[in-house]
Design a protein around this ligand. Structure first.
Ligand code: 5GP
Length: 202
């Protein structure tokens, strides 16, 4: 009996602290991997094909859509992004835990299409704090920051259909919450039975 991989979907408005939380999660759980999406956006300096994303042309992406190769896909900021069904099925079958950093539209499509998975939404402690974080962290213009805030307000409404909500007030607390969710899923009987069978010959 092979242990089934955990598929964790993590969404958050920009500025909620998702990137840092995900990075720490991968350190804390060494068996966990980031899902590699397909995208039509241009690679940024330093980004590697097959590591950060599979960078493909729009034609290639649309061909994959026509072939029903995506478990979900969405247009974000004018570019197409998608998670291949194969990526999820392989991970699940091979017992690999995957973290998917996808937007709300994609997460909702996935929930309708793909069974199982743990859906986690990370919130900032307040809209004021979100604005402060976005203003402090970047050299973005006020206009860009305002658009992010507007988008965040819309995304936050989507939190209601996720399985778990984490409020990232203090990083250590939020990380503890996130780790607890992972551990709960790891300790599910159906994931433990492979180990139990080895230990106790049952
Ligand atoms: P970036 O271009 O900055 O790497 O990502 C932009 C946005 O695309 C992020 O909000 C990220 O969550 C989203 N994204 C990345 N990969 C996927 C994917 O496979 N599917 C969907 N729906 N969104 C994605």
């Amino acid at each position: 009996m092979k242990r089934e991989g955990l598929i964790m979907i993590i969404s958050a408005p920009s500025g909620a602290g998702k990137t840092t939380l995900c990075r720490e999660l991968l350190k804390r759980f060494p068996g966990m991997r980031e899902s590699i999406s397909y995208t039509t956006r241009q690679p940024r300096p330093g980004e590697v094909h097959g590591e950060d994303y599979f960078f493909v042309s729009r034609e290639e992406f649309l061909r994959m859509v026509a072939e029903d190769a995506f478990a979900e896909w969405a247009e974000v900021h004018g570019n197409l992004y998608g998670t291949a069904l194969q990526t999820l099925e392989d991970a699940r079958r091979n017992g690999v835990d995957l973290v998917l950093d996808i937007d709300c539209q994609g997460a909702l499509k996935l929930k309708e299409r793909f069974e199982g998975g743990a859906y986690i939404f990370i919130l900032p402690p307040s809209m004021d704090e979100l604005r402060r974080r976005l203003e402090n962290r970047s050299s973005d213009t006020q206009d860009v920051i305002d658009r992010r805030i507007e988008r965040a307000a819309a995304e936050i409404k989507e939190a209601r259909w996720y399985d778990y909500i984490i409020i990232n007030d203090r990083f250590e607390h939020a990380f503890e919450d996130l780790s607890a969710i992972v551990l709960t899923h790891h300790r599910k009987t159906f994931r433990m039975m492979e180990q139990v069978a080895k230990l106790f010959d049952i």
